[in-house]
Design a protein around this ligand. Structure first.
Ligand code: ZN
Length: 151
């Protein structure tokens, strides 16, 4: 594995790939969002259980590369117990983390927590869609729009 790839698959990503948090389907979810990344073949389904404006529970199922699955695991930790507005902020934070060449504001770095490990992916444009897939599926679930493709 090259140094660059070592960088890409940092310990946090590998840990979340091997031991994904909140993996599995939710019974009677309030909403479901599906994401598909045809470039890599990653598939994710995000299940939300809402309690008013709060995300009382979140789980995901799917298959794909380590980055897509680890990102989904990290996503669930970030949004569980949070409000819809906070979840939307989390999605915006990840877009900034992965899409921007600029220095990230400290506030965002602090908010994203362990998901900061995904920042290395921005050096690999072909893999950015792997990392954003879970967040697209989350956005879809929040919007109640069902299925999204990153293409
Ligand atoms: Zn992938």
């Amino acid at each position: 594995m090259s140094d660059e790839l070592n960088d890409l698959y940092q310990d946090i990503i590998l840990d979340h790939h091997r031991r994904p948090r909140n993996r599995g389907a939710l019974e009677n979810p309030s909403s479901v969002g599906e994401g598909f990344n045809p470039l890599c073949g990653d598939e994710l389904t995000v299940f939300l259980k809402m309690d008013g404006d709060k995300i009382a529970d979140v789980k995901f199922t799917g298959q794909g590369c380590a980055i897509s699955q680890a990102s989904a695991s990290l996503m669930t930790l970030r949004i569980k117990g949070k409000t819809v507005a906070e979840a939307r902020e989390a999605i915006a934070d990840m877009q900034a983390l992965l899409a921007d060449e600029k220095e990230l504001p400290i506030a965002i770095e602090e908010r994203v927590g362990d998901a900061i490990a995904l920042k290395g992916v921005r050096k690999f444009p072909a893999r950015v869609k792997c990392a954003t897939l879970a967040w697209h599926a989350l956005a879809s679930a929040l919007a109640g729009s069902g299925k999204v493709s990153t293409e």
